[in-house]
Ligand binder design. Structure first.
Ligand code: TYD
Length: 211
């Protein structure tokens, strides 16, 4: 929690876990609770001035190695934190961000097999603000893949295959076990309304519990 009262919530999960749907529902609810302008909804990669250029490179670029991928995600996050996340938190605005540092650990370390210690060290050097709560939308890789197939048009990372996505899903569960005080794991296999109710229940602890 920042001194001025803004809380920082991240939403994580594999592709097809329903993050965007849940971010929209959560922000609608938080805006009712906090009032207009009380919450900033944002996402990674790409939601800042130069972010779309980096997002395009990350999702469509050719010859991107795991190391290049890691450094580009960190570059995107540095711009995003400086331009949007930190200023909002300093003003007391709540921030809901789809994907953040845990995406980097789950995808680049567990998914791409980069050393966990090295990836963690790069993240530590960046001194990004720590989320107050991370909601992990937990879903079996096969169920998420079926949702993605319906949507169609997979990008470079989504095309990594079922083994890749299963490793990422396992990485997320391990990260949640490593930081139980920050993570809230929600069963994302339920219908969207049931997931949203579970999410509100978890975030409500933060809202009312610390006010
Ligand atoms: P996302 O915007 O969630 O995908 P989409 O909108 O197409 O569903 O994220 C793009 C991809 O970037 C996603 O496959 C996860 C990946 N990613 C990483 O590999 N590492 C990271 O640090 C971040 C933020 C995202």
């Amino acid at each position: 929690m920042t001194s001025s009262g803004g809380r920082f919530i991240t939403i994580e999960g594999i592709d097809g876990s329903g993050k965007s749907t849940q971010a929209a529902k959560l922000c609608g609810w938080l805006e009712d609770v906090l009032g207009p302008g009380g919450v900033l909804r944002t996402f990674e990669p790409g939601d800042w001035d130069s972010g779309p250029l980096l997002r395009r490179l990350l999702l469509e670029g050719a010859g991107i190695t795991p190391r290049t991928e890691l450094l580009l995600f960190l570059a995107d996050r540095a711009g995003h934190v400086d331009a949007k996340i930190r200023p909002a938190l300093e003003k007391g605005v709540w921030v809901v961000c789809e994907r953040y540092t845990d995406s980097t650990l789950a995808y680049q370390s567990w998914g791409r097999d980069l050393s966990f210690e090295d990836t963690r060290r790069f993240l530590d050097c960046c001194r990004f603000p720590e989320p107050d709560m991370t909601l992990l939308l937990d879903i079996e890789a096969a169920a998420a893949a079926a949702r993605l197939e319906q949507r169609g048009g997979l990008d470079r990372i989504e095309s990594g295959g079922s083994d890749f996505m299963a490793r990422v899903a396992g990485g997320y569960r391990e990260l949640a076990r490593m930081s139980p005080e920050r993570f809230e794991v929600v069963d994302a296999g339920m219908d969207a309304e049931a997931v949203a109710a579970a999410v509100r229940g978890r975030v409500g602890k933060l809202t009312w519990g610390q006010r």
